[in-house]
Design a protein around this ligand. Structure first.
Ligand code: SF4
Length: 449
């Protein structure tokens, strides 16, 4: 829990020397508590006090980074239990598990298929984050060969899964750089795993069957010099994971219980008998509160749904998804192509742009900065009025690109037609359809308007 100003004051020298720029140590302490000053401004804080203040300032859930040569996944550093209280910051990494007991071609094929799968969703290219390689064979050399095979088809992060520290070591060497997550340290092997992790500066997942067991293990790992830790509470069924993951989030955030202030790893495939159940469980883990999700099955329709769900859960609920205001050219428009205007709410933009694109007809689409609101909402909020429309026309440079002066405004704001004409002298303002779906028919006729 963050310290109060008075608690911070007790850790300061209390000499009121003013070198920090504040008249008293108490005033400085109050600014520190409000995060409006840096501790380094006081040159006289003791090392012991510094350590206490730094520890109190550390995030309640540690940010853990897992890296491949070409990508990285960062999870943790969350600050709320419920998304609507603020937002969730770091989406969970989605990994596919392959096993070293499979033929190498199968390992490669499965990893490649999953890593190559990319979809465009509201203007973003989204994909899975990496591969978890499990040492199923019991042979470190076989494990290393599987890791190497995966590395040949992807530069995304890896999770190396083995209980044998020798296999983890071999896997790390075969991973050829990056910062894989090691899975898992348990009460039996934690010392040896900690040694391997420390030498490689790799994060480690710890697994125990109880929260007490997990807390005990994280303290031991910290004592061994490992700071980047991930938690596996050992439960796999839907109700059990929901309870355990909720407890972990609450203990970390509400009680600032440092031993459990780490991201969580889950294995939905182990609690599921088919792809549908695995997708359901993974969706639960995306909502509450996984940091890494290791899937056992890959099916495009499952992964698409999970990735789209993840985008939505990790979108700031107080900030709509927006597109960049400006001119969008659709189907190679020429100077005589129609000019339309809409707002920068992404769903509005994509609805309109897709209909124009699908019509096969060329068009210039102007996107006004309406703070990410849809047409009617923005109009009601005064963010998409005649002045804003005129400003968008004048500042985007559309006038230099066309040989006519006709502007199509959305049918939903037909009421603005007269005002826009006043703001844009010399322009003919046309009222387009209310619904984007009617745009193709409208565009076929627009020259006659
Ligand atoms: S510099 Fe340090 S000791 Fe001096 S007034 Fe500021 S907080 Fe107090």
């Amino acid at each position: 829990m963050a310290l109060t100003g008075l608690q911070i004051y007790k850790l300061l020298p209390q000499t009121n020397c003013k070198e920090c720029g504040f008249p008293t140590c108490l005033a400085f302490a109050m600014k520190l508590a409000a995060k409006q000053a840096e501790l380094s401004a006081c040159p006289y804080v003791s090392e012991e006090a510094k350590a206490q203040l730094d520890a109190a300032a550390a995030p309640p859930i540690r940010l853990v980074t897992v890296e491949g040569p070409g990508h990285k996944v960062q999870v943790g550093n969350e600050t709320v239990v419920f998304r609507h209280e603020k937002t969730f910051y770091h989406p969970p990494g989605l990994f596919l598990r392959v096993k070293d007991s499979w033929p190498l071609e199968q390992v490669k094929g499965a990893a490649k298929e999953a890593m190559d799968y990319t979809v465009t969703y509201v203007g973003m290219d989204i994909h899975m984050d990496g591969v978890a390689v499990e040492a199923d064979s019991g042979n470190p050399e076989t494990f290393a060969a599987a890791v190497k095979a995966v590395r040949e088809v992807t530069d995304r992060p890896l999770i190396l899964m083995a209980s044998d520290p020798a296999a983890l070591k071999a896997g790390l060497a075969a991973a050829d750089g990056g910062r894989p997550l090691l899975y898992a340290a348990t009460s039996e092997n934690w010392q040896a795993v900690a040694e391997v992790a420390k030498a490689a500066n790799a994060p480690v997942a710890v697994r125990a069957d109880s929260l007490d067991g997990l807390a005990d293990l994280t303290e031991k790992m910290k004592g061994a010099g490992i700071q980047d830790i991930v938690l596996d509470p050992g439960v796999r069924d839907p109700a059990g994971t929901l309870v355990a993951l909720t407890h972990l989030r609450r203990l970390a955030l509400k009680k600032t219980f440092r031993p459990l202030g780490f991201p969580i790893i889950t294995f939905p495939g182990e609690g599921a008998s088919d792809v549908i159940e695995e997708a359901q469980l993974a969706a639960e883990h995306i909502a509450k509160y996984a940091g890494f999700i290791v899937l056992d099955r890959f099916a495009p329709e499952m992964v698409y749904a999970l990735m789209a769900w993840r985008v939505n859960i990790y979108t700031n609920p107080q900030e709509p998804i927006k597109v960049q205001p400006g001119i969008y050219e659709i189907n190679n428009p020429t100077a005589d192509a129609p000019v339309m205007i809409t707002t920068n709410f992404s769903i509005t933009y994509f609805s309109v742009a897709n209909e124009i694109d699908g019509s096969g007809l060329p068009g210039w689409l102007l996107v006004a900065d309406a703070e990410g609101m849809s047409v009617l909402t923005a109009w009601a909020a005064g963010k998409f009025d005649a002045e804003k429309i005129a400003k968008t026309v004048k500042t985007t440079g559309i006038e230099e690109k066309i040989n006519h002066r006709k502007l199509i405004i959305p049918g939903a704001v037909a009421v603005l037609m007269g005002e826009v004409e006043e703001e844009l002298p010399g322009w003919q303002i046309l009222v387009g359809p209310r619904e984007a779906v009617d745009l193709p028919g409208y565009l076929k006729l627009w020259k006659s308007f």
